[in-house]
Write a protein that binds this ligand. Sequence first.
Ligand code: ADP
Ligand code: MG
Ligand code: MG
Length: 875
Amino acid sequence: MVTKFVYMFSEGDASMRNLLGGKGANLAEMTKLGMPIPQGFTVTTEACNDYYDKGRVVDDGVIKGIEDGIEKLEAISNKKFGDKNNPLLVSVRSGSRASMPGMMDTVLNLGLNDASVEGLKNKTGNMKFAYDSYRRFIQMFADVVKEVNKEFFEEELVKMKELKGAASDMDLTGEDFKKLVSTFKKIYKEKTGADFPQEPKEQLMESITAVFRSWDNPRAIVYRRMHDIPSSWGTAVNVQMMVFGNMGDTCGTGVAFTRNPATGENLIFGEYLINAQGEDVVAGVRTPNPIAVLERDMPEVYKEFMDITTNLENHYQDMQDVEFTIENKKLYFLQTRNGKRTAQAALKIAVDLVAEGMVTEEEAIMKVDPKQLDQLLHPMFDVKVLDNATPVAKGLPASPGAAAGQVYFTAEAAKEAKDKRDERVILVRQETSPEDIEGMAAARGILTVRGGMTSHAAVVARGMGTCCVAGCGDIVVNEKEKYFTVGSYTVKEGDFISLDGTTGKVYIDDIKTVSPEISGDFATFMAWSDKIRTLKVRTNADTPKDAIKAVEFGAEGIGLTRTEHMFFNDTRITSVRKMILAETEEARRAALNELLPMQREDFIGIYEAMEEKPVTIRLLDPPLHEFLPQDEKSIVKIAKEMNVTVEKLKAKIESLHEFNPMMGHRGCRLAITFPEIAEMQGRAIIEAALEVKKTKGFNIIPEIMVPLAGEAREFKYVKDVITNVADTLIKESGIELDYMVGTMIEIPRAALLADEIAKEAAFFSFGTNDLTQMTFGFSRDDAGGFLDDYYTKQIYEFDPFAKLDQEGVGQLVKMAVEKGKSTRPNIKLGICGEHGGDPSSVDFCYRVGLHYVSCSPFRVPIARLAAAQSVLMNK
Ligand code: ADP
Ligand code: MG
Ligand code: MG
């Protein structure tokens, strides 16, 4: 059977998203609903995958399908492709399964050439329109298909406007545009070495192939990695008859959201431009009108528009983001999709949709992207400080939240400041474009001079949850010289400013930010999630303060307390160093005795903060050299403080040197050599629990975790050290206390022998950071340097330290779970690596049967929602 690679809009529907892409499937669905859609066809995602499978060659079957599609459009429209008198013009638009705004490129007005542009002119009697369309086409084709920088063309347009004293593009005349067309063709030839293609079929095939190619461009790859989109999905291509918003003042083009995408308020929210085409609104070339103006200017069109958008929202049962064009007072829809929204809006919409009876609680839960919740947990300005700050400028509140940081004017500089110097970065641009994506990701806040609420900067920032103020015309940016001015102020690269994405205000100050809390819609929504999920969510916390924060965010216990963080504290590090430098067990014990009361206090603090919630405490993990000084100056200083010779200290440092500390003397290996360390820690943990039981009456069951075990006898040795001291203490105290000793599974060998280890260990906690690096055989501190090459070459698609590698590392987890249960059916199972807060990894944990995930406090709500979605997805 021959594969069908091309579907007319009238042949598809919304359920065919995987094959037709989101845009194509929804255009088909709207066609089916009888809405005014310019007709067209979709070249499937399978055709794109086939193109890559064949080594970037378009199959004959695909070409044939496209030719048939064009013939059908000619029949529908009564126009002919490339015709001198009545030309059929089309757009070529990408559209993958998941929406990737701004990532792939569109070509409009395809089919125009030197002859057909005259046909269009004669038929419409509108020369300006015809040549405006042609110059746009040449520029888009050159940009998208031939990668000729838009700037070359834009410069000519600016020159022409200056020459003619035109304020905006549409003040130019037909003759002006005709001249521009011939200049543009010259530029095209100069940059590509070939004449601008006159044959429409060639224009079409080249454009479609360019869309296929763009699936693999670096921007698309970065975007996919950020949003968990596999490259195997491919993109579809839509070929659609043109409708024109640039034919005069009864024409226009716009975008709208059926509810406010920033706040979630149930009010239509849109913008449009009269006499404009395609991306003019988004690109911010002119400042658009709010949709309310349409009601005044074209009441009938407005009414139809409102009817259709309401129907669309009811049909999709979600807030819609639509594109429309008005051609001589006739309304057309060009796209609909579930609209991107801020986290705040997502929650309000979800809660409202349930209240309106449109969806169930379970359906509502599936509508919010867990990763987005992060936005709500991040800082807002401290109101008290804000009251005393005076804004210097105001733009559009394009993406909420607050950010303070240092200003950079290019994406590269922003990325470098973040990556290399870990600065808080604010990216300031005239306007952003898809090339800026990595700089935008590095920034805490984005400020642009041009563009509306639906500009590239606004849409992308909202998607990322980054605060953004757009269209801030008060400031004048000089990107070349790296400064901007506002009123009498000049702000240079590296200076501090603050942005409030919720109000649009800009401050020349480093304003303090404060943490938010969970209330209102957020609390309602999280309560629904908690009803459904079965996985427990714990947190990784080393201090009572972090623990309390996490409990506010809904943590049900601590999955990992790292004891070494406590060792770095100023007053303690000296005792730690004494312990390391000790030459006899006696001296070591003396130093450990100094540490004991401090550790006990730490644990008391944590137990009190967690009340009776479970707490897992991990024994000392890092190699000892990390506690000793490295540079000459500190060595001298510390030798003096410690009352030892510089030579002796240096000799010790030398003796602790390891070629690969990551795989060296660390974790429970330390306790094998120096059992007295584990003994002291075990004592502090138990004494603290006894103390809190006595004073507060909290019944605590400490979970003592032995890191890095790879062998049952090794684990048993350390466990015995702990049980000896623990049992004695408990007996002496006369208080009843349960405790557990378990291990982290973070060495592949531990997973392979999990049945043996589980005979001794009361619980497993998967330390997937180490397990990932040990399984891949690369260190997470070094891998960043070369993993980028793996992403670009599509060898790995995701960072395995951020998203659990379910195929490889996941097998070890699964095996350890099964083996562990085989010898200890009631073994307690959790995960404490970074993955515990990543939604797709949480889903994996649920599927393999872990009891809890543990993550950093700020990711607790993400994990709670992800765990609820997991239940619903696996039903
Ligand atoms: P993106 O995914 O970047 O939004 P689109 O393919 O949706 O790209 O198109 C970009 C712009 O061009 C949109 O404003 C869209 O409405 C407009 N457009 C696309 N196809 C047509 C068409 N056939 N007629 C008129 N405008 C179109
Ligand atoms: Mg685009
Ligand atoms: Mg679009």
